[in-house]
Design a protein around this ligand. Structure first.
Ligand code: HEM
Length: 226
C-alpha cells in the first residue's frame, strides 16, 4: 500500500477547503445570504410602506429618494470589499462585490424608472429637456450610462472574453460612484453634509487602492509578529 496521503488530507487541500462556520454553512455563504437579504430589505420596506400608504404626502419623491439612497450605499459597499481585503486580508468579502454592484444597479434602474414613468409619464421630450437643463439629472444620467456596461459585462463569460480589458472597464465604477456623489451634492438644497460623507468615503476607498499605499499596507500586514 502507498504511504502517500490522500489529496483531501494534505495540509494544502485542508487549507483550500472552505471551513463550515455555523450550521454547516461556510462564512462565505453566510455573507452572501446577508447581502441578498440586506439588499432586498429596502425594496420590501418600500412595497410595505406603499401598500400601507406610508410614503409621505409626496410618494413619488419619497420612492425616488429611497431608491437613490439605497443605490449609492450599495455601490459604496461594493467598493469597500477590495480595501477590506487589502487592509485585513479578508478574501472572503471579495465575491460580494458582484452582488452588491448588481443590486446597486437594480436600485438605479428602479430610480430611473420612477423618474421617467411615474414622475415624467414617459414624456421623452420633457425628460430630454430636464436632462439638459438640470445638471444634477445630467450627471445622474451619466452615472447610469457608465454603470450599464459594467452590469452587462459582470458575468464570468464576459470576464473571460474581455480578459485584461475587463478589469480596466470595471475601474469605471469609481467614476460612476463619483458622478453619483456629484448628483447627490447638486440636488440637495441646503445641507450637503450627507452627500459629502459619501464623497469622503469614496475618496478614502479610492486612496486605499492606490498601488504604493496598497503595497505598503500589505507589507506591514505580512510582516511576522515579534
Ligand atoms: C438616469 C439617472 C438619474 C436620474 C434621472 C435621477 C433623478 C433623481 C431625482 C429626480 C432625484 C430627486 C431630486 C429631488 O426631488 O430633489 C434624485 C435623488 C437622488 N438620486 Fe438620482 N437620478 C439618477 C441617477 C442616480 C444614480 C446613478 C444614483 C446613485 C448611484 C442616484 C442617487 C440619488 C440619490 C442618493 C438621491 C437623493 C436621495 C435623498 O435625498 O435621500 N441617482 N435622483
Amino acid at each position: 500500500m502507498s504511504a502517500t496521503p490522500l489529496p483531501e488530507t494534505t495540509a494544502a487541500a485542508r487549507k483550500a477547503r472552505p471551513r463550515p462556520a455555523l450550521f454547516g454553512i461556510t462564512l462565505a455563504d453566510w455573507l452572501r445570504i446577508a447581502v441578498h437579504i440586506g439588499a432586498l430589505i429596502p425594496l420590501a420596506l418600500l412595497l410595505w410602506d406603499g401598500a400601507h400608504n406610508h410614503l409621505t404626502a409626496n410618494p413619488i419623491q419619497e420612492i425616488t429618494f429611497r431608491t437613490g439612497k439605497t443605490a449609492i450605499i450599495l455601490l459604496i459597499l461594493s467598493l469597500l470589499c477590495t480595501p477590506l481585503n487589502i487592509l485585513f486580508g479578508w478574501k472572503v468579502v471579495l465575491p460580494l462585490r458582484r452582488p452588491l454592484g448588481l443590486y446597486a444597479f437594480f436600485y438605479v434602474c428602479l430610480h430611473l424608472l420612477i423618474f421617467s414613468v411615474l414622475d415624467y409619464g414617459l414624456d421623452w421630450g420633457l425628460i430630454q429637456q430636464t436632462i439638459a437643463e438640470k445638471r444634477y439629472v445630467l450627471v445622474g444620467f451619466a452615472a447610469f450610462l457608465l454603470l450599464l456596461p459594467l452590469a452587462l459585462t459582470s458575468t464570468k463569460g464576459w470576464m473571460r472574453r474581455l480578459g485584461k480589458r475587463w478589469k480596466q472597464l470595471h475601474r469605471l465604477v469609481y467614476l460612476a460612484a463619483f458622478l453619483a456623489v456629484v448628483h447627490f451634492v447638486w440636488l440637495v438644497k441646503s445641507d450637503i453634509r450627507e452627500p459629502l460623507l459619501y464623497g469622503a468615503a469614496l475618496a478614502v476607498l479610492l486612496l486605499l487602492r492606490l498601488a504604493p499605499l496598497r503595497r505598503a499596507i500589505v507589507r506591514v500586514r505580512s510582516r511576522p509578529a515579534r
